[in-house]
Design a protein around this ligand. Sequence first.
Ligand code: KG4
Ligand code: ZN
Length: 353
Amino acid sequence: MRILGIETSCDETAAAVVEDGKKLLSNEVATSIELHKKFGGVVPEIAARSHIEYINPVIEKALEKSESTWENINAIAVTYGPGLGGSLLVGVLTARTLAILHNKPLYAVNHVEAHVYANFLTNTSLPGYKLPSKSPKFPLLALIVSGGHTQLVLFENYFKYQVLGKTLDDAVGEAYDKVAKILGLPYPGGPSVEKFAKKGDSKSIKLPKAKMHDKYDFSYSGLKTAVLRASQAIIGKDYSFPSYMLASELSDAQKADIAASFNHVAIETLVDKTKQACDEYGPKSLVIAGGVAASPELRRQISDRIALNVEYTDIKLCTDNGAMIATYGCFAHKNSLVAADPYTIDISPNIKM
Ligand code: KG4
Ligand code: ZN
């Protein structure tokens, strides 16, 4: 069974073909990230316009690379939320049109949930991918950490899950992006903060961990403000000193110490709660999904503190991609989930898991 997955929720236009929920046959991504860099974050109108430009060539290439024709494709899966409205519309309208034209079932996919499914891929003929040796087992604990989401979810089976906790304000990836902005480092913040953090002392600045009413919930807005206040204090200014002027006053060594201290606490908070959930629920597998799964600090702290053997998927499958949508589509098709009506299915920018 072959599924075409289409993803356009943010700034990546992506399409992929996956076989039987296990084998990655193609994975094409065109990103508009370079166009957003000078604004320090994704500009929705620019992202939507780029999707219109890229979507057809990306889908054609995904079909071609997988050596698929429309006859080989059993169904289409597309992200319908959450994400940027204009961006989601491009993917959903394209998928609707293709489903009607080629008479294929269409599955509407929740982007955040689909991030977890990327971890089921264990086989590929594509060069340059490092995939897990086996698929994760249920019950499965998933830490979903991206630019828009931070949550701990316990999956009893495919499509059967319980959200244990989520962020009440900023997502962890968003905190990286905002801290990068304070330090004058390029977007996306994760990799650039990480790079500076390597040269700094993670114990040099004391940053707080949020205390939550529900033990598995997260909060990252206080940590981001604490980084801002610490940066102002380091250069001897008070809270009124504007954040956009800080970067030019901080030395590289000071930036490195701030980045290292933030990086350590941001990740430690994730691992504290993940470890607690592992102890309480005893999952057979732990999966880390979403862009922040690329963090080497996260991987290091998990292997230091959690006894489960975690197999990470390729970084190209941690950040936004079409393969995770196609994999979700494979299991949806296999488990006879209700397909969407291609004539009426709409986007759902604020949908939650
Ligand atoms: O999953 P993703 O590609 O897009 C969303 O659905 O949001 O995640 C992007 C996020 C960005 O906020 C980026 O700063 C973060 O993932 N990220 C990282 C790293 N690489 C990317 N965060 C921490 N460390 C990294 N190495
Ligand atoms: Zn994502």
